[in-house]
Design a protein around this ligand. Structure first.
Ligand SMILES: [Zn+2]
Length: 311
């Protein structure tokens, strides 16, 4: 196998266990991601500090005496889970092409409850959106679709999901000059009105780009873009907008297959996870460090924050 393929393979379980045998190895790796040039005090910016013997993975600043743990100010802050469990979860989420459900995470990580597993995955999903990501560029396909909704009381596992409703989703795919799909964006959509669809395009697509849509009235007043409203007529939409339709059909398969349906309050997180995986489908090897790197930049959020959708 040519060596250029090697870097595209996700880290195997064996390689993971070798690289991260214990919490100390994970803490060292986390510290190297947070402070690539060595520890910097978040209080005063000093680089003079020593690692404490009495508190695990904690540094004390020689200038201001502030103590900083490797997880302080990150998504892992205040977690009762061992650091290695976090790392294992990141590995599972980024090495499986379909990701994992809370049930699978609970079983594979040996967690005490489904709720713990669910919260861990939600925290990582939150870290899957890069705050510095750039807008989609060039030629961009935009369309809407409906995905099945699971109510709070429907069974999590198994088939036969009751058809309790649909959730509206809007999405965009950026195309290369050769017409190949590159990055995507997905968002829950309140309705198909002009302000809703144009709001999404404004958040997802670089002004001045070419936007290809199905020509719904909502897109007609799209200003600042070169808009091509493909008149669907008797031609199927998947021919006019092939890549966004491919993304939508993969999304629905994933929501039903791996997650057994999405619940309305958390749909955005699932869309973020799907987007993260799609956008990194050709670089699965770097997805592990990418997600860890984003997770250390992300502040702690509690279960309440997720349930009340404050984050
Ligand atoms: Zn300091």
């Amino acid at each position: 196998m040519p060596s250029r393929w090697k870097s595209d393979k996700p880290m195997s379980r064996t390689a993971f266990d070798r690289k991260f045998p214990d919490d100390a190895a994970c803490a060292r790796h986390l510290a190297s991601l947070r402070w690539p040039g060595g520890f910097i005090c978040p209080g005063c910016g000093s680089a003079r500090a020593w690692e404490l013997d009495t508190k695990r993975f904690t540094w004390e600043c020689a200038e201001c005496n502030r103590q900083t743990s490797v997880t302080a100010g990150t998504v892992m802050h205040r977690s009762k889970l061992p650091l290695r469990t976090w790392f294992q979860a990141v590995h599972l989420m980024t090495s499986h092409s379909n990701g994992i459900s809370a049930e699978q995470a609970q079983a594979q990580l040996g967690l005490g409850s489904w709720n713990t597993a669910w919260l861990l995955l939600m925290k990582l999903r939150r870290a899957m959106v890069d705050p510095d990501r750039s807008l989609l560029d060039g030629i961009v396909e935009v369309d809407e679709t409906e995905v099945p909704l699971r109510s709070r009381h429907d069974p999590i596992a198994g088939y036969g999901i009751p058809n309790v409703g649909k959730l509206l989703v809007i999405g965009a795919v950026e195309l290369s000059e050769e017409g190949h799909p590159r990055r995507i964006r997905l968002e829950p959509l309140a309705d198909r009105t002009g302000p809703s669809v144009r709001g999404f395009v404004g958040r997802a697509v670089e002004p001045g780009c070419t936007v290809v849509s199905d020509g719904l009235p909502g897109y007609r007043k799209l200003t600042g873009y070169n808009h091509i409203g493909a008149t669907v007529g008797n031609m199927a939409a998947h021919i006019l907008l092939p890549w966004i339709h491919r993304a939508f059909s993969n999304l629905k398969r994933w929501l039903l297959g791996t997650l057994h349906g999405a619940r309305q309050p958390h749909l955005r997180r699932y869309l973020d996870e799907f987007t993260f995986r799609w956008n990194r489908r050709r670089s699965t090897a770097s997805a592990f460090d990418r997600l860890l790197g984003l997770a250390v930049q992300m502040h702690h959020a509690s279960r309440r924050d997720f349930v009340d959708q404050r984050v």
